[in-house]
Design a protein around this ligand. Sequence first.
Ligand SMILES: O=P(O)(O)OC[C@H]1O[C@](O)(COP(=O)(O)O)[C@@H](O)[C@@H]1O
Ligand SMILES: [Mg+2]
Ligand SMILES: [Mg+2]
Length: 341
Amino acid sequence: MTHQTLEDHLSGWAGSGSLRQAVAQTVVSLATTCIAISELVAAGALAGELAAVRRYHKDGDSQKELDAIAHVLITEALRDAPVAYLGSEEADEAIALDAEAPLAVAVDPLDGSSNIDTNLSIGTIFSILPFNGPNALLQPGSRQLAAGFLVYGPQVALVLTVGAGTHAFILDRASRRFLLIQEQIVVPAETAEYAINGSNVRHWDAAVRSYVEDCQAGTSGPRAKDFNTRWTASMVAEAYRILVRGGVYLYPADMRKGYGQGRLRLIYEANPIAFLMEQAAGAATDGSQPILDIVPTSLHQHVPLVFGSRAEVERVTRYHTGPCNIADRSPLFGRRGLLRA
Ligand SMILES: O=P(O)(O)OC[C@H]1O[C@](O)(COP(=O)(O)O)[C@@H](O)[C@@H]1O
Ligand SMILES: [Mg+2]
Ligand SMILES: [Mg+2]
């Protein structure tokens, strides 16, 4: 069976439209750069001290050596792409590139940085927006023209949407080409698998606590089914698993200092993942509204994030917004639901 290359896939979509061609060129440029990043990841310690801390961001998050290298590789690659503005997790301010170009790009050059030296999957996330002036990166996620992420795992995978479904590509290492392996991914609407960092339970609000308790109660609780839990501390790996077999990922706001809006960043983490999920029949919310509807106010703003199987995301939303989630609970559990309201 022959697989379509990323370039052929995008050129079929772009046709003769100049904006689409710019998007296609930018996606290919990002994907090609990510091959180089994947090679560094695969080399591990042989490539140097990739997990060494270089500095700390304003919010206290550390920047590792590989975070910085990935940022430089992507920035340099995009200088030759039709990109006017680049926002990156690893740069305090947006970087001005070609002022005449039609696109703005936001990236998380390396996601899951705590796993750099553990031989677990990490990745790169990107979002492409139309450039409409200096505030282009502050457009809501619903304006994205394309979004994607790469996973540097046993396979190097690229998941992409240009607004016509979500598709998966795998790097063929021999030809150095990304080949289409799945078109029009559909995330199962229902799931019995959730991902959350359970060590933070004492910091969560009542809605998140109740949701997780109800999953953990399994067949003897209001959900009447047993749940499985997963947490890799690498959002791209969780997102890929959810695209393959369903599930839900939660990084809620919590009471720790600096976590009042969760941990994930809206513009270059939540928005692209939300676009990919929506295009795959999944969903993404901050607990009360769709991620893609939020109008950003600053480049590095955080947002509570829940994404994955649509019915499960809607259920988590009801725990946050409903007067009580009686519909999801047996009468036995209804009283606790009312207390939560
Ligand atoms: O260490 P925690 O609090 O569980 O957070 C893990 C989460 O943070 C992230 O690592 C944030 O991304 P970065 O690695 O790009 O900072 C996610 O990939 C992951 O899901
Ligand atoms: Mg990240
Ligand atoms: Mg990062």
